[in-house]
Design a protein around this ligand. Structure first.
Ligand code: BES
Ligand code: MN
Ligand code: ZN
Length: 505
């Protein structure tokens, strides 16, 4: 979709539909809304007095202009109460409106900077929210459908600016929104792909292409290198599958130094059957998305390479299937992770923490000074926080606070869960240094405590996205399927950290 900013008047714009935001409790129409109402012969004010337009959040009213405007329709989108407006609400309302208009056959849309000037939402932020809403809300995954969709495509979105200065500010917001939304959609594309189209080898190939497109360094470790490095936990999970495991590494150099300021580590289980501790078959297909953390960190790297912050970032993705063949790990087995720690396998279905143990070890070996990992790690996190909010854990409050702030800016809900050391008790093993499951109670926390054992003193944050990686319905800028969470958070975090990274001498 082309998104452009033009200087002009909304009443004169040529488009299939004009989208105009409307707040609950508005008593007098002014500005663009008043101008459109006048052109439509009072249709908007008429619908308001009849009670059809109330301005409730995501209420959508389509008014046909019937030749009174060059644009075919004026669509009034409710933005709720102005005091409650946020960038995420703008994003969601635009997404819902765009989907409805696509269904109605519109191909070109025009709007203005929705909500700008309210609750500290500046012009750039408004344009960014509108752009993200359109690109994220209209996302679909039809690669494996042989029939065409019963709806067309929205090809163009025009933002109308009042003057030159406003145009520049809107363009800058649109650019930022486009990079963030396209990266999120890239993560969605990878996570939505069926597991037979997204094997560890294919995932590595996607990362290689991404690196070539974005000017990133790319490296991949296979079984032999993993053996040399002593990655017994990752190799253990992989041994039940015929697909060879891949440890994918991308390197972004934003400043002239060999230091690695941050590592983004993402779980890349391309299919999680549970292994010998096999999962129930109902909804097992959802586990094609068990590489969503890996997809998110790879996609974040593509956005980072476009913003060019002065910071060095690597992405590390351990990719493998978790399947139960004759050579698979068995409950009761003991494996040795990269640093030499031994792990008792209580459940082969707690495989995410095993592959992450070695990936975290490898990130530290590469010199990472900070780590954020992202994983569809525990059903327990989904139970604790539901499907709206990701869980956040860590060993440094300062880094955690930065991640939470980046998430809030992105409109991606995230909530910190505790890391009380008393929980470590549950991970104690009778036969090895640690066991890979601490039982059902507090499962998200004991999983995080397990990971903490493999990062030592390195500042680290763990994001459990088991609840949020999938959406079961359309909801604002989310559509059914992979959500692409937390790509926007990761990119915001890296941009914010780059401001504080010392330039090398
Ligand atoms: N990939 C799953 C977690 C998951 C469940 C993600 C549902 C998304 C939706 C993970 O590998 C897993 O199976 N975890 C187990 C851990 C348990 C055996 C300690 C779980 O949560 O049941
Ligand atoms: Mn599992
Ligand atoms: Zn898993």
């Amino acid at each position: 979709m082309e998104i452009k900013v033009v200087i002009g008047s909304i009443t004169e714009i040529r488009a299939d539909a004009i989208i105009i935001g409307f707040f609950e409790g508005t008593e007098h129409l002014d500005g663009d809304t008043a101008a459109l109402d006048k052109a439509l012969g009072g249709a908007i004010s008429g619908l308001i007095s009849q009670g059809e337009i109330k301005g409730k959040l995501n209420e959508i009213t389509v008014i046909h202009s019937l030749g009174k405007l060059v644009a075919g329709r004026v669509v009034v989108t409710g933005l709720g109460k102005p005091a409650e407006l946020s960038r995420d609400k703008i994003c969601g309302a635009v997404a819902e409106t765009c989907r409805l208009l696509r269904q109605k056959g519109a191909a070109s849309l025009a709007t203005v900077a929705q909500g700008a000037g309210i609750n500290d939402i500046v012009l750039e932020a408004s344009a960014q929210a509108v752009t993200e809403g359109a690109l994220l809300g209209l996302y679909n995954f039809r690669r494996h459908m042989t029939k065409e969709a019963d709806y067309g495509e929205i090809k163009e979105l025009t933002l109308v600016a009042a003057g030159q200065d406003e145009r520049q500010r809107l363009e800058s917001g649109c650019r930022r929104g486009r990079v963030l939304a396209e990266a999120t959609n890239l993560a969605r594309d990878m996570a939505n792909e069926p597991a037979n189209y997204m094997t560890p080898g294919i995932m590595a190939e996607r990362a290689r292409e991404l690196a070539a497109d974005c000017g990133l360094e790319y490296r991949v470790l296979g079984r032999a290198e993993m053996q040399e490095l002593g990655m017994g936990a990752l190799l253990g999970v992989a041994q039940g599958s015929r697909e060879p495991p891949q440890l994918i590494v991308l390197h972004y150099r934003g400043r002239d130094s060999a230091e690695v300021d941050l590592a983004l580590v993402g779980k890349g289980i391309t299919f999680d059957s549970g292994g010998i501790s096999i999962k129930p078959s109902e909804k097992m297909g959802e586990m094609k998305g068990d590489m969503s953390g890996g997809a998110a960190v790879l996609a974040a790297m593509s956005a980072i390479s476009q913003f060019k912050p002065k910071i060095n970032v690597i992405a590390v993705v351990p990719a493998t299937e978790n399947l139960p063949d004759g050579s698979a790990l068995k409950p009761g087995d003991v494996v040795t992770a990269m640093g030499g720690k031994t792990i008792e396998i209580v459940s082969t279905d707690a495989e995410g923490r095993l592959i992450l143990a070695d990936a975290l070890g490898y990130a530290i070996k590469l010199g990472a000074k900070g780590i954020v990992d992202v994983a569809t790690l525990t059903g327990a996190c989904r139970i604790a926080l539901g499907d709206l909010c990701s869980g956040a854990f860590g060993n440094r409050q300062e880094l955690l606070d930065r991640v939470l702030k980046a998430a809030a800016e992105a409109g991606e809900l995230m909530w910190q869960l505790p890391m009380y050391e008393q929980y470590k008790e549950q991970n104690k093993s009778d036969v090895a240094d640690i066991k890979n499951s601490g039982g059902r109670y507090g499962g998200a926390i004991t999983a995080a405590q397990f990971l903490a054992e493999f990062v030592g003193d390195t500042p680290w944050v763990h994001l459990d996205i088991a609840g949020t990686f999938l959406s079961d319905k359309e909801r604002g800028c989310l559509v059914k399927g992979a959500t692409g969470v937390p790509v926007r958070t990761l990119v915001n975090l890296v941009l914010s950290l780059a401001e504080g990274v010392k330039p090398s001498p």
